[in-house]
Each structure stands twice: as C-alpha cells, then as structure tokens.
Design a protein around this ligand. Structure first.
Ligand SMILES: [Zn+2]
Ligand SMILES: [Zn+2]
Length: 384
C-alpha cells in the first residue's frame, strides 16, 4: 500500500509551523484515539497514521529529509532513532476535560498514570436563579455516580478470590507498541489498563468493582457565576480503582432569566416606573434591588422617560472574589396613568390649560421637546 503524504494526513500546508503541526495532530488524535473508539479498526489506523506523520514533521531533521526526498529519505533513519510519543504530555489535561468524560479508564486530569485508575468526572448542568448568583448559594444536588462495590471492596473479584496479573502487559496496564521506528505507549486492551484480569467476577458489580448509586451532595456555589461557567469539586466524582482517588464533580452553570432584572456581565439592568409628578418635580424613590435590599435614590427634577441612572455597587459580585460589585443600571420610565380619579382628572385638565398658556409665551430655548416638535411641524407645513 502506498504511503500517504504526511502533510495530507495532518491536513496542513507544507509551510506549517511547529505549532500548526502540533495543533493539527492533536485534533486528529483526539478524534481517533483508541480510548475513544473502542474496537474501531479504521480509527486505530488513522490514529497510527497521524501519529507517524506527527512524529516525523515535529522533528526538524526528519522533516527536512522528508521534504527533500519523501518517504524514501526516511527509510535508513530507523533503528537507533526510536522515540516514544508521550500522549500524556502532548494533551495535557485535554483528554480528561471533555464534557461527558473521556471514556475508557482514563479519568481525573487525563494524565497518563501508572497504578490504579482514578475515577471518572461526573458532569451535571446546574440551574441557578439570578438572586442565588447575587449572594452565592449552598445547594443540595442529587447526583448519580459510581461508588466502590462493598462486597468485593472494589476489586471486582468474587469475595474470597483475587484478580490475577494480566499476561499481555505483565500487570503494567500499558503496552509499548512499535510503529515503524518509533514507539507509542497505549493502555493494554486485554485488561483495559488495569493490569489485572478477573477470572471469577463479583456477583454484585459483575467485575466492575463499582456500582452506580444516587447520592445527595451539598456544595457551596460562589456568588457571581454566569451561564457557561464550570465549577469543579475535587474528589466528588466516580470512585476509582482501589487505592486511586475519586474523579471530580463538575457543574456546568446555567442561570435562569429573571422577570425584572437583566444581566450584563456584573451589571444589572432594569426599568423603574415613576409618575408624571415625580419626574417633573423630582422625588426620593425607593428601589428594591435583586437581593431585596431597599435603596433610596434622589430622582432629579425634570428627568425624562428612558433616561438612565446608575446605582453603583448594587450589581453582581465578581466570581473570582474580591474587587467591587457591578452597578444597578436603572432606566426611568414615566408611567402614564390609565385611570384617573375625579380629582386627578380635574388637576390634569387644569395643567393642560396652563401648558397651552406656557407654550405660547416661553422663549424657544426653554421650550420642551413637545413644543420644539410642534414648531418644527408647523414650520414644515408653511414651507409646503
Ligand atoms: Zn494488561
Ligand atoms: Zn463487587
């Protein structure tokens, strides 16, 4: 079978930088990694192919030879130059950080470890009210997670029996595979990376060592979080193999919309109704904040509808703690009364009479927007 071009395999240009190569390989390796494609031979081949391409193109000397002479240029470079691509180093925490878990036995931070496998992370969507975000909240959440099986103490072997070391990997849990002239470390498929084979499985967990259960956990959610934030609680996820730590519990936050307050980062925005007389004369109004605090505000005389005022420090706290709170931004809305008492009606009619007198006598600069509008409309009429 003819070998494919390394650049074509990684889907990169011939002048790609080292960083481009690494990125391209990472993407493919994530997609085709054996841990995430159990038993898929095609994915395994693609993974091998991409790993080989990466191994060559990430090595300056080999890349130069390949660029000049193609695959033939690399043929006599084998032998002594065997290298191991350390996937743990390359991916850092990425393998473990996928929402929904990385699958396989690889849990926790995603770093390759020898020894018993840690538990997987449990990930849950957490719905919060905006008022809870304002002050932080203690939440009791029922989660489904794997706990150590009690009858077999997590070994998976029937009580009274013991697992035997895996013959394929010699109990190491990993195998080194030679691919051409370099080596790749992979979890052992015979024992799924545990290093042990259970010949007589436990009846309760059927050899898994863990059983699924529901548990109510109490967590402190810090104030200021927003939709899309992740909150991680270490060691509250699935149980690991005996002797290994639990995975983490991770919440993906979703904040519900509030009926009255809108969020803009750390600021809160709302509309506040005021009466005609309050707007015209000015008044001290009492505003109820998201946390039900009453705050007095001196409305200036003559404020217009839709004008915006700011109550500094009455927004949301910073998620990272410390720092100042955001502001409460209030859009004043003059509320037109829809039903009038006889007395109000009388007063409004009197006011209307006065308004007509004023409009006829006040100099243009002092005129309200209504009379300016009226002037403009009349002037326009005259032009026609
Ligand atoms: Zn094995
Ligand atoms: Zn068991």
């Amino acid at each position: 079978m003819a070998k494919r071009d390394y650049y074509e395999i990684l889907i990169i240009a011939r002048e790609a930088s080292g960083e481009d190569i690494k990125k391209a390989y990472r993407k493919l390796a994530m997609q085709f990694h054996p841990d995430r494609n159990h038993g898929d031979a095609e994915a395994a081949d693609k993974f091998k192919e991409a790993t080989e391409a990466y191994e060559i193109l990430s090595d300056a000397e080999k890349r130069q030879r390949y660029d000049r002479y193609g695959h033939a240029g690399l043929e006599n470079m084998g032998g002594g130059g065997a290298q191991t691509v350390d996937l743990g180093d390359l991916f850092g925490d990425l393998l473990g950080s996928f929402f929904g878990g990385a699958g396989g036995q690889q849990g926790g931070g995603g770093r390759r470890r020898s020894g018993p496998a840690p538990g997987r992370d449990v990930q849950i969507v957490l719905d919060l009210e905006l008022a809870e975000v304002a002050i932080g909240v203690k939440k009791t959440v029922t989660i489904q997670r794997e706990d150590q099986c009690e009858p077999c103490s997590g070994t998976g072997a029937k009580p009274g029996t013991r697992p035997t070391p895996c013959k394929r990997c010699g109990g190491q849990g990993v195998v080194i595979q030679r691919q051409g002239f370099f080596q790749v470390q992979q979890p052992c498929r015979s024992c799924s990376g545990t290093g042990q084979i259970i010949t007589d499985p436990c009846g309760t967990c059927r050899g898994a060592g863990r059983v699924l259960g529901r548990q109510a956990v109490e967590v402190d959610i810090p104030p200021g979080v927003d939709t899309g934030d992740r909150i991680r609680f270490q060691g509250m996820g699935d149980a690991g193999a005996p002797g290994a730590p639990r995975g983490d519990l991770e919440f993906a936050v979703r904040v519900r919309d509030h009926k009255f307050f809108q969020r803009d980062g750390q600021n809160l925005i709302c509309q506040w109704p005021v009466t005609f007389s309050q707007a015209a004369l000015g008044a001290t109004i009492e505003i109820t904040t998201l946390t039900a605090e009453k705050v007095k505000y001196d409305l200036p005389r003559g404020i217009q509808t839709h004008e915006v005022v700011r109550l500094s420090g009455h927004g949301l706290p910073n998620r990272r703690g410390g720092g100042r709170k955001g502001d409460l931004i209030i859009q004043v809305v003059v509320d037109t009364p829809q039903s009038l008492t006889a007395e109000q009606e009388q007063l409004f009619r009197r006011l209307a009479e006065i308004e007509i007198q004023i409009q006829q006598t006040v100099p243009p600069t002092k005129k309200s927007i209504f009379s300016k509008l009226k002037d403009w409309l009349t002037a326009d009429d005259e032009k026609k």
